[in-house]
Design a protein around this ligand. Structure first.
Ligand code: ADP
Ligand code: MG
Length: 162
């Protein structure tokens, strides 16, 4: 099971505004997939997830978990070179990786608007680089290494007040 430190995902947390930060310790890639999949099920269409964390933190792993919950069969790999991967489905998933982008001026021309204000779920790695373009109700997911090799500390904050 995913270790719950604080504020488990709960159906009883509606009407809590602003949304509290929730934190977990993941001890394996599979736990990170499951955590992301649980989160995906509570996301409204049009949700934007800003993923923060160094290389290898598990941002792409997190998106793989989102994809699983959305019923996407195609393997999800990092769009580091393509920058944007689209996964069609009943709720489309847009996976954006801004590692090669410096700032929002640099991101002009990528057509990000369509994804930031679209109808699917948009997950953005290195989202802090376009902080000024992110919608105010973006959900921020922060991943950082824990004490053990496969441990990751994951926190989720922001999002739409329900
Ligand atoms: N608890 C964990 N959660 C996510 N990834 C983990 C975990 N433990 C080990 N890993 C490994 O860390 C790496 C994360 O890579 P990736 O998701 O591509 O990171 P990023 O996209 O942040 O650069 C993968 O090789 C994955 O197997
Ligand atoms: Mg990645």
């Amino acid at each position: 099971m995913v270790g719950i430190l604080y504020h488990p995902f709960s159906k009883n947390q509606e009407n809590v505004s602003p949304s509290p930060e929730r934190r977990w310790i993941s001890r394996s890639p599979e736990e990170t997939f499951r955590l992301a999949a649980d989160l995906a099920r509570e996301l409204p269409r049009g949700a934007v997830l800003a993923l923060h964390g160094e290389l290898g933190a598990g941002k792409t792993a997190f998106v793989q978990g989102l994809a699983r919950a959305l019923g996407i069969d195609r393997p999800v790999s990092s769009p580091t070179f393509t920058l944007i991967n689209e996964y069609p489905g009943p709720i489309p998933l847009y996976h954006i990786d801004l590692y090669r982008i410096r700032d929002s001026a640099d991101a002009l021309g990528l057509g990000l608007d369509e994804y930031l204000h679209g109808n699917g779920i948009t997950a953005i790695e290195w989202a802090e680089r376009i902080a000024d373009l992110l919608p105010p109700d973006a959900l921020h997911v922060r991943l950082q290494p824990g004490e053990e090799m496969n441990e990751r500390l994951i926190s989720v904050s922001g999002g739409r007040p329900s």
